[in-house]
Every structure is written in structure tokens, then in C-alpha cells.
Design a protein around this ligand. Structure first.
Ligand code: ADP
Ligand code: ADP
Ligand code: ZN
Length: 207
């Protein structure tokens, strides 16, 4: 099965992605993770991420194309954070068509602005990919990853001065995608205000 996970920054996409790919045995494709890796050696990407702006469509689409050409996506994939503009979605449609692939469902995890701000502000991440929240999903030992015991850090773009800009970018550039996928009949609304496990149950029931 091929799925897309949509939702504002902080909605819980990364958290649910881990559970979904494990349950379905599919590949997790997170453009955010890819750009966080790329920014280590790319000054332009690094600046865009730090300011909360989107990476230009052409770069994102080329990166996605290369990734979707790999063999492992044949077992199914979950797109997390891509597409993020209507233009990216149209390019994705072309790509999939030429590879004889299709999307089975688009899960839209919805949270309100206030909740997104709270979740992003309290997010702490580990280099192993695990994500926690200081109040909502705390690690067993404060500041340490449950899995690998490494020090948890706050993402640069999760700092307060960037959070509102990111949510603004989401409203202007990504929200229009909801109508795009509604019109294809693929959109599934998921109430993201529920607990981590309840959200996962709802996604499973709709998949
Ligand atoms: P979040 O999980 O908070 O929604 P991501 O980790 O998905 O954020 O993305 C982090 C940053 O990476 C974005 O703010 C943006 O700069 C860049 N990025 C990720 N995916 C895309 C995309 N599809 N198009 C453009 N920029 C992207
Ligand atoms: P996204 O990838 O959409 O930006 P994350 O999965 O990183 O979002 O989650 C954002 C923050 O909210 C993290 O700190 C995470 O631990 C926390 N979180 C995720 N799901 C829930 C939930 N259902 N209830 C409360 N907090 C959550
Ligand atoms: Zn870890």
C-alpha cells in the first residue's frame, strides 16, 4: 500500500509514521529527514530550514523522484511531509503514473493552531530518529532517549521565533492541498487531538 501523511507541523506525522511503517512493512519517506541530513553539507538548505521556509519545488521533486525510483518502494511506502504544495502533488501524480504506481489513501492529521504550537515547542528529538515531548510524551529519563540513551535536542526550527512562520507557510502553501486530495476522493480526515495510540487506531481502521 502507498500512503501520504499530511498535517501541519507538530500534528504527529513523524510519530505516527514510525508506527504505520512498522505495522504495514512499508518504507518511510520523510522529506524533512532528508533535508535535515542535506543541510549538514548544503548552506542554502540549511538557511531555508532555519527560517521555516519551504525548499523550492524543483529541488524537492527531484529528490523525491530519485527516491521513488529505488527498488524498496515496491513493497509500499509512506510519504511524510511530501507533497507540501499543489505543484508538488501534480508532479508526484506524473511520477507515479509513469512508474505505474498509485496512492491508496491520504491521511490528514488535523490539529488546531494552538495545539501545533504546544507540540512543536515541547518537541525534543534524538539523532536515532525518536521524537518526544517534554509534557505529552516524555522520555523515561529527562533529556535522554529511551532507545539509545543519547542526549535529546530541540530542532533549530522548533524555537519559538520560527514556529509561527512555519505555521503561516503551512496555511498559505500546504493547506490548499487538502482540497486537491478531497477532489480525488483519497482524503481521510483524522482527529489529531486524540492520544498517540488513538490516532494510530483511527489510521489503521481507515487504511
Ligand atoms: P514538520 O515535521 O515540523 O512538519 P518537516 O520535518 O516535515 O517538518 O520539514 C522540515 C523542513 O524541511 C520544512 O520546514 C521545510 O523547510 C523542509 N521541507 C520538508 N519537506 C518539504 C517539502 N515537501 N517541500 C518543501 N520543503 C520541505
Ligand atoms: P510532525 O512530524 O507532524 O511535525 P511529530 O510527530 O514530531 O509531528 O510530533 C510533534 C510533537 O508532538 C512531538 O513532540 C511528539 O512527541 C508530540 N506528539 C505526537 N503525537 C501526539 C499526540 N497524539 N498527543 C500529544 N503529543 C503528541
Ligand atoms: Zn535515540
Amino acid at each position: 500500500m502507498n500512503y501520504i501523511l499530511m498535517g501541519p507541523p507538530g500534528a504527529g506525522k513523524g510519530t505516527q509514521s514510525k508506527k504505520i511503517v512498522e505495522k504495514f512493512g512499508i518504507v518511510h519517506l520523510s522529506t524533512g529527514d532528508m533535508f535535515r541530513e542535506a543541510k549538514k553539507s548544503d548552506e542554502v538548505i540549511s538557511k531555508l530550514l532555519a527560517s521555516g521556509q519551504l525548499v523550492p519545488d524543483e529541488i524537492v521533486v527531484n529528490m523525491a523522484k530519485k527516491r521513488l525510483e529505488k527498488d524498496d518502494v515496491k513493497k509500499g511506502f509512506l510519504l511524510d511531509g511530501f507533497p507540501r504544495t499543489v505543484n508538488q502533488a501534480q508532479e508526484l501524480d506524473k511520477m507515479l503514473k509513469s512508474e505505474n504506481m498509485k496512492i491508496d489513501a491520504v491521511f490528514f492529521i488535523d490539529v488546531c493552531f494552538e495545539e501545533a504550537v504546544k507540540r512543536i515547542s515541547g518537541r525534543r528529538v534524538c539523532s536515532c530518529g525518536a521524537s518526544y515531548h517534554v509534557d505529552f510524551i516524555p522520555p523515561k529519563v529527562e533529556g535522554k532517549c529511551d532507545g539509545c540513551n543519547c542526549e535529546l535536542i530541540q530542532r533549530n526550527d522548533d524555537k519559538e521565533n520560527v514556529v509561527r512562520d512555519r505555521l503561516d507557510v503551512y496555511e498559505k502553501q500546504t493547506r490548499p492541498l487538502i482540497d486537491y486530495y478531497k477532489s480525488t476522493g483519497l482524503l481521510v480526515n483524522i482527529d489529531g487531538l486524540k492520544s498517540e495510540s488513538e490516532v494510530f487506531e483511527d489510521i489503521k481502521n481507515a487504511s
